[in-house]
Design a protein around this ligand. Structure first.
Ligand code: UGA
Length: 453
């Protein structure tokens, strides 16, 4: 089959490369000439493990191509995927900005030829598929097309595996002809017995938001339980295991930390809340999740101040990890963008290192004034505390003796629980983590509030 993939962001580029790996002929289209030129030169616009090889192999195999010209590939396509961004609108109450989706629909309409399925892969509010249908029908009366919704559930950092071996594929489609095209596109997965759910457009659109909101809720729930664990002396990791082994709950996404971030959960929870309000059906649980998660990032800065004895005025903090999670260079809504400025505001100097996120991090005004270092140990030189913000593998087995000798004060705050308290304390550190009792804490400091509650 021939596919035109509109948008070469995370979802578009990964989905395009994976469809070409399935044997389809895919042309990825983007308006950004520099991005397309870079892709032609084999340079990926994002850091995603395995993506450059996958793209390279399929380009060489003649199944994957890139262009800024939308008309040609759309004219030849059996399926056109719209995979452009749906960011939170700048002015408003959290609703998704659909400008790029609708603009893509208009452009696609002008070039359709022969029966074509137009698929929204971007995360779009319920009802968008029907609007896309209307736009195309008005712009190209008589065009032979169907609109389908095929939300994407891949995670950054594990994107290729998630696409190739998904738990399920959701397809919102309303004619047999359309369903048959989608089934053919996902044939390799179909043969693998991956569940393929055929639904209405609205159901597919809402399934995507419900999935992200549920996962965000699960994380936020365990984060609050972590706070209670600290207050009571329980251990959140054991609690998470204790509940996660119950098949009805499941053990994934129960890792307590500094609050969720990234390009999806924050934006999609807000957009879902907005949809609830629009339909006069308030989603109070999701509203609370959003508020609790926002607040948590500030509380994490307080925790660091607390671990430093109640004040970081004039102190230097070594921060390891800036991206919202490991194996990505994505900084969007990363906890670091709240925690670092909050610490700077109360007088801390920040030294920081991230294995892949440094060039993205440097673009963020929130991190102005940070001394960016070349590796984990350089970051620690002369610092008064070590803070782990992102659980990159290379931070999991630091040489603790060396770390201790480089730090002025042996204080470690591990917001991802990647160390066992005993080993860190045995190496001479005072250790604060999440949902586990602080070990060898400093003398009781005066209470700390950085506002924002
Ligand atoms: C998320 C979903 O997991 C994907 O299924 C979805 O397709 C994607 O959003 C999207 O809508 O495009 P992603 O944002 O790449 O994927 O990252 P996750 O691995 O889900 O992590 C999101 C955030 O939750 C990160 O900040 C991570 O640190 C945090 N998290 C995750 C926790 O704090 N605890 C956990 O147990 C899991």
């Amino acid at each position: 089959m021939r596919i035109a993939m509109i948008g070469t962001g995370y979802v578009g580029l990964v989905a395009g490369a994976c469809f070409s790996e399935f044997g389809h002929h895919v042309t990825c289209v983007d308006k950004d000439e520099r991005k397309i030129a870079a892709l032609h030169a084999g340079k990926m616009p994002i850091y995603e493990p395995g993506l450059d090889d996958l793209v390279g192999n399929n380009v060489r195999g003649g199944r994957l191509d890139f262009t800024t010209d939308l008309a040609g590939p759309v004219k030849d396509a059996d399926a056109v995927f719209i995979a452009v961004g749906t960011p939170t609108a700048r002015h408003g109450e959290g609703h998704a900005d659909l400008t790029y989706v609708f603009a893509a629909a208009e452009e696609v309409a002008a070039s359709l030829s022969g029966y074509t399925v137009v698929v929204t892969k971007s995360t779009v509010p319920v009802g968008t598929g029907r609007k896309v249908h209307k736009i195309i029908s008005e712009k190209a009366p008589g065009a032979d097309f169907d609109v389908a919704s095929n939300p994407e559930f891949l995670r950054e950092g594990a994107a290729i595996n998630d696409f190739m071996r998904p738990d399920r594929v959701v397809v919102g489609a309303e004619s047999d002809r359309c369903r048959a095209v989608l089934r053919d596109l996902y044939r390799p997965l179909f043969l693998n017995e991956t569940p393929i759910l055929m639904t209405s457009l609205e159901t597919a659109e809402l399934t995507k938001y419900a999935a992200n909101a549920f996962l965000a809720t699960k994380i936020t729930f365990i984060n609050e339980i972590a706070d209670l664990c600290e207050a009571t002396g329980a251990d959140v990791q054991e609690v998470a295991r204790g509940i996660g082994l119950d098949g009805r709950i499941g053990k994934k996404f129960l890792h307590a930390g500094p609050g969720y971030g990234g390009s999806c959960f924050p934006k999609d929870t807000l957009a879902l809340v907005h949809q609830g309000r629009e339909h006069d059906t308030p989603l109070r649980i999701v509203e609370t999740v959003v508020a609790v998660n926002d607040d948590r990032k500030v509380r994490m800065a307080e925790r660091i101040v607390h671990a430093c004895g109640g004040s970081v005025q004039g102190k230097t903090i070594a921060v390891l990890g800036l991206t919202f999670k490991p194996n990505t260079d994505d900084m969007r809504e990363a906890p670091s963008l709240v925690i670092v400025p909050a610490l700077q505001k109360v007088g801390a100097r920040i030294r920081a290192f991230d294995p892949e996120g440094m060039s993205e991090a440097k673009k963020h005004a929130e991190l102005d004034g940070v001394a960016f270092c070349n590796n984990a140990y350089e970051t620690m030189e002369g610092a008064d505390a070590l803070v782990i913000l992102t659980e990159w593998n290379e931070f999991r087995s630091l040489d603790l003796e060396r770390a201790r000798s480089l730090l002025r004060d042996p204080v470690m705050v591990d917001l991802r629980n990647i160390y066992r308290p005993e080993e860190v304390v045995a190496a001479g550190f005072s250790y604060t983590s999440v949902g586990r009792r602080a070990v060898a804490p400093p003398k009781r400091p005066r209470s700390v509030s950085l506002g924002g509650r």
